[in-house]
Design a protein around this ligand. Structure first.
Ligand code: HEC
Length: 486
C-alpha cells in the first residue's frame, strides 16, 4: 500500500463512506434526477393550460430542491470522492486510470448542471414572457437532461466495480464503461429516481397548496399518473438488474458457511424493491380512484420514507455483495490487487508498504507490526474496538473474557477466512505476518488499543512490546494451569 492509512476506529471507514454516499444518492435521485423533469413538466402545464397556479407550485418545489441540492447535495457529492479516496486510495487510483476521460467529462457535465440549476431557478421570476419563457424551458430541459447524464456516467463506474466484464481481459475504457451491470442498473435507477421525485413532489404539493384547491387535485392526479407510468419500468429494470448480478456473488452467498444474515439482506432487498415500488403505485392508484379522499400529511411521508429506504437499502446491499472485491475480480476490498497476491503472500505485505515503520518483524516490534498488518489487511472492513470490531468477532468465536484466545485456531481461521466467509478476501500476508497479526489481536483482547486511530502513527516502544508479550505469556500459563487442575 503506497498511501498512508486513514482509519476511524469508532465507526469504521465503511460507515463514514456509506453515510455520505447514501445521503448523496437520496438527494441526487429524489431531488435532482427525479424532480427536475417533474418541475419542468409542471411549468409546461401552466403555460399550456394558462394557469399560473402550476407555475407557482413548480417554483416552490424547485426552490426546495434548489436549496437542498446545491448545499447538502453538492457537498456530499464531492464528499463521496474525498471519503472514498481516504478509505481506499488504491481503488480510486485504479478507477481514475480506467475512467480517466469519463471523469473529465463528468466534471464538465457537473459544472454544466450547476450552471443550469442556478440559471433555471434564479431567472424563474424574470424570464416570464415570450421568447424568455422559451429560454427558461430550454434551460429546464437541459437541467433535467444533464442531471440524468451525471448519474448515467457514475452508474457505469458503480457497475464496473461489481462486474468489470470483458475489461478484465481487454482493458479499454469502452469495455469498462459498457460493463454487464450498466444498462440494467441505469434503467432501474432512472425510473426509481422518477418515482422518488414524484413521491417527494406529492408531499411538497400537499404542503404548498391550499386544502381542497383545484391545483392540488390536478397536481396530485398528474403525479399519480407519473408514478403509474414509471413503476413497470422500474420493476422491469430491477428484475433485469437482479438477473445480471454475477452468479458468483449470489451462489457464494448461499454456499458460504452460515451466511443467513447475509441471505436475509438479499431477500429483504428483493421484498423492499418490489414492495416499495408497488406500495407507491397503489398509493398513486388511490389518488386516481378516490380523488375526494382526504389524505393527511403523514400519508405522503410514508411513501417517501419507503422509497428512500428502498434506495438506501439497495445501495447498502450493492456495496456489500461486491465483496470480497472492491473492483470485481481485480482488486480486493482490502486494497490489494488479486494479481499481486502470490508475491505478497511470499514477501509479506509489510515489505511493500511505504507508510509504516515496521518493514521487518522482530521480537521487539511484533505487536506494532501486528497492528500494521491489521491496518493493511483488515481495517478497511473491521475496527479494533468499534463497529464490526475484530475483538467482537473473535470473542463470539473463541469465548470468554479471561480465557486467552487460542492462537492456533485463530491462525487456522485467518488462513482460510476467504473459504469460511467468501466476502472476506484471503489473508494477503506471509506466515510470519500471520503470527504477528494474531499476537496483536491477542493483545487487543485485554488492552483496547487507543492508538488504533486516524493516521495511527504512534509507536509501541521496545519496553511496552516486551511487557505486552510477557503479559500474554503469563495469562497463557495461568490458563494452562487452570486446565491442568480441572
Ligand atoms: C472485505 C471486508 C473484510 C475484510 C478485508 C476482512 N473482513 Fe472479517 N468480516 C467481514 C464481514 C462483513 C464480517 C461479518 C460481519 C457480521 O458478522 O455481520 C466479517 C467477519 C469476520 C470474523 C467472524 C467470522 C464469523 O464466522 O463469525 C472474523 C474472525 C474476521 N472477520 C476476521 C478478519 C480478519 C482477521 C481480517 C484481516 C486479516 C478480516 N476479517 C478482513 C469483512 C471483512
Amino acid at each position: 500500500m503506497d498511501f498512508p492509512i486513514f482509519h476511524l476506529d469508532w465507526v469504521g471507514d465503511r460507515f463514514l463512506f456509506v453515510i455520505i454516499a447514501i445521503t448523496h444518492v437520496l438527494i441526487n435521485h429524489g431531488l435532482a434526477v427525479g424532480l427536475a423533469p417533474i418541475v419542468v413538466a409542471m411549468e409546461y402545464l401552466g403555460v399550456k393550460q394558462q394557469n399560473p397556479e402550476w407555475d407557482n407550485l413548480a417554483y416552490k418545489i424547485m426552490k426546495t430542491a434548489f436549496i437542498i441540492t446545491t448545499t447538502v447535495g453538492a457537498m456530499t457529492g464531492v464528499g463521496i470522492w474525498f471519503s472514498a479516496s481516504l478509505v481506499n486510495p488504491n481503488s480510486i487510483g485504479s478507477l481514475i486510470r480506467v475512467f480517466f476521460s469519463a471523469w473529465f467529462f463528468e466534471w464538465i457535465i457537473f459544472v454544466t448542471e450547476v450552471v443550469l440549476i442556478m440559471t433555471y431557478y434564479l431567472t424563474w421570476k424574470t424570464w416570464t414572457k415570450g421568447r424568455y419563457k422559451l429560454y427558461h424551458f430550454i434551460v429546464g430541459y437541459g437541467l433535467a437532461f444533464f442531471s440524468w447524464v451525471t448519474m448515467a456516467v457514475i452508474v457505469s463506474i458503480l457497475g464496473f466495480m461489481m462486474d468489470p466484464g470483458n475489461w478484465n481481459t481487454d482493458r479499454s475504457l469502452l469495455n469498462g464503461f459498457a460493463n454487464p451491470m450498466y444498462l440494467p442498473q441505469l434503467l432501474f435507477r432512472t425510473f426509481l429516481a422518477l418515482i422518488a421525485g414524484a413521491a417527494i413532489s406529492m408531499l411538497l404539493t400537499h404542503l404548498y397548496t391550499p386544502k381542497d384547491s383545484e391545483i392540488r387535485q390536478k397536481a396530485m392526479r398528474f403525479l399519480a399518473k407519473w408514478v403509474l407510468f414509471c413503476t413497470p419500468y422500474c420493476i422491469g429494470g430491477g428484475l433485469w438488474y437482479w438477473n445480471v448480478i454475477p452468479d458468483m456473488m449470489v451462489q457464494n452467498m448461499s454456499v458460504a458457511v452460515g451466511t443467513q444474515q447475509f441471505q436475509g439482506w438479499y431477500d429483504t432487498l428483493k421484498i423492499l424493491l418490489l414492495g416499495g415500488a408497488s406500495a407507491v403505485m397503489l398509493y398513486a392508484l388511490l389518488h386516481l380512484i378516490m380523488p375526494k379522499f382526504k389524505f393527511q400529511t403523514y400519508m405522503y411521508v410514508v411513501p417517501v420514507v419507503l422509497l428512500l429506504g428502498t434506495l438506501g437499502m439497495f445501495e447498502r446491499v450493492r456495496e456489500f455483495i461486491r465483496k470480497p472485491y472492491v473492483i470485481g475480480g481485480y482488486m480486493y476490498s482490502n486494497t490489494f490487487r488479486v494479481e499481486d497476491y502470490p508475491l505478497l503472500q511470499q514477501d509479506g505485505i509489510l515489505k511493500h508498504a511505504s507508510f509504516i515503520n515496521t518493514s521487518q518483524i522482530t521480537a521487539d516490534n511484533i505487536v506494532e507490526a501486528g497492528r500494521n498488518i491489521f491496518m493493511l489487511s483488515c481495517s478497511r472492513c473491521h475496527t479494533a474496538n468499534g463497529v464490526n470490531a475484530i475483538t467482537d468477532k473473535f470473542r463470539t468465536m473463541y469465548g470468554t473474557a479471561d480465557e486467552p484466545w487460542n492462537a492456533d485456531a485463530m491462525k487456522g481461521y485467518i488462513k482460510s477466512m476467504h473459504n469460511a466467509r467468501y466476502f472476506m478476501p484471503p489473508f494477503p500476508g506471509n506466515t510470519q505476518e500471520l503470527e504477528a497479526l494474531v499476537t496483536y489481536i491477542k493483545v487487543l483482547q485485554y488492552f483496547p488499543d487507543p492508538e488504533t486511530h486516524t493516521f495511527g502513527t504512534a509507536t509501541i516502544s521496545k519496553e511496552e512490546n516486551a511487557k505486552l508479550i510477557a503479559f500474554l505469556k503469563e495469562v497463557e500459563e495461568r490458563n494452562q494451569q487452570k486446565v491442568a487442575s480441572k
